[in-house]
Design a protein around this ligand. Structure first.
Ligand code: PLP
Length: 422
């Protein structure tokens, strides 16, 4: 296919194949210009939790576009952003919070990292400047995000451009340390004097291949950060709004993070909008009324975009009205039962489950077969995006039982036939 797009996360070899040219979305389906219908099995990069074309979100966007398409939030407000900031604060365990708005997940993460550093500067601890994440974590593709999240398979060329003073190791449970937290504790305690913040993807390292760790780890991390005076940023950009079977993945651990980043499903993928929801204990230090000017001189043109906020408010209404989170938890259990028989295939290394994420990691020797499996699934109408040898289902949370069961069957049969003698 010849076009002028510098495609994200797309190899040149893929460009030699026919790329679907998607012209329409409806429910869990995407339609291309050839009339083919595909199940959006990864929710369009994990964003479209409500599928496509939900009339209530579409209406909210249309109505807002007709009234006020944009107005900045620097020294001004508008009703939608006021309502959304209030709403997000009230979704947190403690609602004393202010939100920084941005357009994509990565920008919400950048804001969180800068707020962490400036917070310590504001309160007279300027030596606390280090920002660290988990080994193979992912928080977006800006250089700031790469300095706390670095997936070797994607980011090698930038290794020497970004600075990684330390990393939390991915938790490996042992008999004496069932959450695998102790190695992380050592890192935090060793560097506490310099650490401004730790940022993690809660419970699941998505881009690194859907690697899952325990809620117990997250609880211990929160406690350890508090004791060592290190801010904890939870990046809910991929997991937030029901994906894991609770509203936020951090809810599984019963913690109250200093900052929470949200994006993607915040608007159910209808508009680019993200937020970093900050505790007032931190926010209150950003004043210009003390000895020094501690104003947050940071912002994006589209921060709190009125149409984006309208989409988010509509999506949040729907999540609530349709009880999306509870439904996701219920569906997750069914998906797991349907997927479990896949473990019997010789080529499967491991199955993993977290809410409405069903993961099949194939053995390393299956790597050459991955493009063929992906193509065969596409021909059956499923747009999978494997990560290495890991195939996963992360469908819109509104997928029906029948549609989900059919998708699991398609994956099962396609993987099975890929290993059959030719
Ligand atoms: N954080 C996490 C956990 C993500 O998974 C992603 C994207 O996949 C991001 C941040 C970046 O979001 P965006 O692509 O909207 O910048």
């Amino acid at each position: 296919m010849k076009n002028k797009i510098f495609h994200p996360y797309t190899t040149f070899s893929e460009l030699k194949t026919e790329l679907p040219n998607i012209v329409r979305g409806e429910g869990i389906y995407l339609f291309d210009d050839q009339g083919n219908r595909f199940v959006d099995i990864v929710s369009s990069w994990w964003a479209c939790a409500l599928g496509h074309g939900h009339p209530k979100v579409v209406k909210a966007i249309q109505e807002q576009a007709a009234v006020l398409q944009h107005s900045i939030t620097g020294s001004m407000t508008h009703p939608n952003v006021l309502a959304l900031a209030e709403r997000l604060a009230n979704l947190m365990p403690t609602p004393e919070r202010h939100s920084v708005f941005a357009s994509d997940g990565c920008s919400a993460v950048e804001a969180a990292l800068k707020i962490a550093v400036q917070y310590w500067y504001n309160i007279g601890r300027p030596e606390k400047t280090w920002l660290i994440g988990m080994d193979q974590g992912y928080h977006g593709d800006s250089l700031g995000a790469l300095s706390v999240g670095f997936v070797d398979g994607f980011h090698e060329p930038y290794r020497k451009t970004v600075n990684h003073p330390a990393k939390l190791p991915f938790p490996v449970p042992t008999a004496s340390d069932p959450d695998g937290f102790e190695p992380s504790r050592k890192v935090i305690e060793q560097h506490a004097e310099k650490l401004a913040a730790v940022i993690v993807e809660p419970l699941c390292l998505g881009s690194a291949g859907m690697k899952i760790y325990s809620a117990g780890y997250l609880k211990k991390l929160a406690d350890c950060c508090a004791v060592n005076e290190v801010l904890l940023i939870i990046d809910e950009v991929a997991m937030g709004f029901g994906r894991t079977g609770k509203r936020f993945a951090f809810n599984h651990a019963g913690i109250d993070p200093d900052m929470v980043c949200v994006g993607k499903a915040l608007t159910a993928g209808y508009m680019p909008l993200s937020a970093c929801i900050v505790k007032d204990r931190i926010y209150n230090t950003f004043s210009d009324e003390g000895e020094k000017d501690c104003t947050f001189y940071h912002g994006n043109t589209y921060a709190g975009h009125p149409i984006g906020c309208a989409a988010a408010l509509a999506a949040l209404d729907i999540y609530e009205a349709e009880d999306t989170v509870a439904r996701a938890a219920e569906m997750a259990e069914k998906m797991k039962q349907w997927m479990l028989p896949m473990a019997a295939m010789n080529c499967v290394k491991e199955l993993r489950f977290l809410g409405m994420i069903g993961i099949v990691e194939l053995k390393a020797e299956m790597k050459p077969k991955v493009p063929r499996i992906k193509q065969a699934l596409k021909e059956q109408g499923y747009l999978f995006r494997p990560l290495g040898t890991t195939f996963y289902l992360m469908p819109p949370l509104v997928i029906s039982d029948e549609e989900l069961h059919a998708a699991v069957d398609a994956l099962h049969q396609t993987v099975r036939s890929s290993t059959a003698p030719e």
